[in-house]
Ligand binder design. Structure first.
Ligand SMILES: Cc1cc2nc3c(=O)[nH]c(=O)nc-3n(C[C@H](O)[C@H](O)[C@H](O)COP(=O)(O)O)c2cc1C
Length: 177
């Protein structure tokens, strides 16, 4: 069982990367045999998608590579940073490129949909946008959770609120059910 985990953010100190890593750690605690593969969006930096670029040179090789990684995984843990109520530009660019290979970017892989924010709204908007558009893009959401007020509930390695820990456990458990 191979799980691909990442933050939809290119922030080097990403709180969403911390959350995706934590969720992966909890999953491995529940299912020790699971293999986790982490990727960093900074390794998938491409020119901004344009139809002209695609017509000239085809779909960028990095988009093909990531699309292949999603296809080779059994499940996904993705934590979305919220920028102005939506996904980050860094992720949207990668997503647009991959959607030119197949609109079903997520390839129906079981997915844990997460978000972390420093403020109290816990990524409500970005989570909603992903849920609303999920059916069109093959996003097979098995569970969803947003963690707000990050600095108050993260001790550097773990979530400190039992309700958050329970919710993350439920989401990652649902990935393999
Ligand atoms: C351009 C920009 C827009 C942002 N917009 C939002 C927002 O709409 N909602 C929110 O909760 N936080 C917003 N934030 C704060 C981010 O949640 C915060 O920077 C967080 O660390 C992003 O996650 P990351 O560290 O995983 O990249 C914004 C930050 C930036 C830089």
């Amino acid at each position: 069982m191979k799980v691909l985990a990442f933050a939809a953010s290119n922030h080097r100190q990403s709180i969403n990367r911390a959350l995706a890593g934590y969720a992966a750690k909890r999953l491995q605690r529940i299912h020790p045999g699971v293999e986790i593969e982490f990727i960093d969006l900074n390794d998938y930096e491409m020119p901004i998608y344009s139809i002209d670029r695609e017509n000239a040179n085809g779909v960028h090789a990095l988009a093909q590579e990531l699309f292949g990684r999603i296809g080779a995984s059994d499940a996904l843990i993705v934590s979305f940073a919220e920028y102005n109520g939506f996904v980050t530009a860094a992720w949207k660019n990668i997503y647009d490129w991959m959607s030119r290979i197949d609109q079903k970017v997520w390839q129906d892989k079981p997915l844990a949909l997460l978000a972390a924010t420093p403020g109290p709204r816990a990524g409500e908007n970005v989570l909603q946008t992903q849920e609303l558009t999920a059916p069109f893009f093959g996003m097979n959401i098995k569970g969803k959770y947003g963690v707000g007020n990050w600095r108050d509930v993260w001790d550097g390695s773990n979530l400190t609120k039992p309700a958050d820990v329970e919710a993350i456990d439920a989401v990652v458990k649902a990935l393999l059910s």
